[in-house]
Design a protein around this ligand. Structure first.
Ligand code: 17E
Ligand code: FE2
Length: 416
């Protein structure tokens, strides 16, 4: 057999430790996985037992605002609300070129860290839909090496101003992958509930996925998650629906949380926690004790629900740091969610790989199996635990069958 690319001696992530296999890729596809394949390849990579995984999946990021930290000013309170105000000022001067240039810079940074699937929100509460048009153009521009999903996200509320609902509909016509929302930011609780119902209607009318910023607040009275779950149960859309952030779930009383968990299990929706961002945004109105303000990741995971971790921000009005490295996100998730058991650490790795793929509904477009697209990464680690421990370098990023990025780990030399 003749193939275009061969990876020798791979420690596949789901295989027993120490059992190494070769992975043969022809053009865009994985064509064989077995020990010591007898094939000739145009290019061969000696993997030598390093960890080979399906790529990282960035399930939640705002690429329209990425790389704008400090423009036009820094977020001094550190709150979500000041971030939204700063972004409202910054977005008045958006151009499609500005959005495209920053988003592509951010996507390149992400790809360097082994991310090949990204779901980005695009603010559609700006009068000209510039953020959205920019990100739709980016989706097209990067499609040969990066899969980008775009969510129509009404940052200022679906009913925050009279024109926003029409802008959302226009955004769907322009071709977003998902419908978004922000019920906890609507003017009233009733508006929030109404917005969730409208999002489900639109998703069904336009046949789109749903990803709602839901209860991103420390207020234990913010209970839109139950509305999302109820709509998912009644519409049967379950796995096509995602509740992002849900930080108020960290503040609900345990009696209500118990009831809610039963409803969530029936709904089979996906959850995204953004530990890097919500550990800094939430708890800002507390003195001490100060809440962590992250959703109940461990309990959701223990209930068998799908949870992924997102980065949320790269240097924007909400968070001035961030490099796009999902191992940093997984590491923060381990700490903030107290996922410190060995299985729990492994689960945090899943939350930035397979869990994210499930959230994005990638299906058979994701995973290291014969017949699937040849997207995979080689990590300078032997297992998930070591990858998180060392935030290991992604040695090779293979996108659609070609080596897209190659990085050498830093080398340390002692001079005693
Ligand atoms: N917008 C929002 O509503 N929440 C966030 N965490 C970010 C933007 C980053
Ligand atoms: Fe977000």
């Amino acid at each position: 057999m003749d193939v275009t690319l061969l990876l020798r001696q791979c420690q596949l992530i789901d295989r027993e430790p120490g059992i190494w296999v070769d992975v043969a890729i022809d053009q865009h596809e994985i064509v064989a996985i077995a020990p010591d394949l007898a094939v000739s390849a145009q290019k061969t990579l000696e993997v030598n037992g390093k960890l080979v995984s399906a790529p990282f999946v960035e399930s939640h990021i705002h690429l329209d605002s990425a790389l704008t930290a400090g423009e036009p000013r820094w977020n001094l309170s550190g709150t979500l609300f000041e971030g939204i105000d700063i972004w409202r000022d910054r977005k008045q001067s958006l151009t499609v070129e500005d959005v495209k240039a920053r988003a592509i810079r951010a996507l390149r940074q992400q790809a360097e860290h082994g991310v090949l699937f990204v779901r980005s929100h695009a603010d559609v509460s700006e009068a000209n839909l510039t953020a959205l048009k920019g990100l739709l153009a980016v989706r097209e521009a990067v499609k040969d090496w990066m899969t980008l999903q775009v969510v129509a996200f009404p940052q200022d509320g679906l009913y925050g101003s009279e024109r926003n609902e029409a802008l959302m509909v226009e955004a769907l016509r322009l071709g977003t992958d998902a419908v978004g929302g922000i019920p906890h930011y609507e003017l009233t609780r009733e508006d929030g509930v109404r917005s969730v119902h409208r999002i489900f209607e639109l998703a069904q009318e336009y046949d789109r996925l749903i990803d709602i910023h839901c209860d991103e607040i420390d207020d234990p009275q913010s209970r839109f998650l139950e509305v999302v779950a109820a709509c998912a149960i009644r519409s049967g859309l379950g796995p096509r629906v995602t509740a992002s952030h849900t930080t108020a779930f960290g503040s609900y009383n345990d009696a209500y949380a118990l009831k809610l968990m039963g409803i969530l299990k029936r709904s089979q929706i996906n959850f995204i926690a953004n530990p890097l961002i919500n550990i800094t945004l939430q708890g800002r109105t507390d003195t001490y004790p100060k809440r962590r303000g992250v959703t109940r990741v461990k309990e959701l995971w223990q209930s068998g629900l799908n949870v992924s971790f997102g980065h949320d921000c790269i240097q924007d009005p909400w968070y001035s740091l961030g490099t796009g490295n999902l191992l940093a996100v997984a590491d923060m998730g381990v700490h903030v969610c107290q996922m410190t058991g060995r299985d729990e650490i492994n689960a945090c790795f899943e939350m930035v790989t397979g869990g994210g793929a499930k959230t994005l509904n990638l299906g058979e477009n994701y995973g290291i199996e014969v017949g699937r697209p040849a997207n995979l990464i080689v990590l300078s680690a032997k297992d998930r635990y070591e990858a998180i421990l060392n935030r290991s370098t992604v040695r090779y990023v293979i996108s659609k069958g070609r080596v897209l990025v190659e990085t050498h780990p830093p080398q340390t030399t002692w001079h005693p």
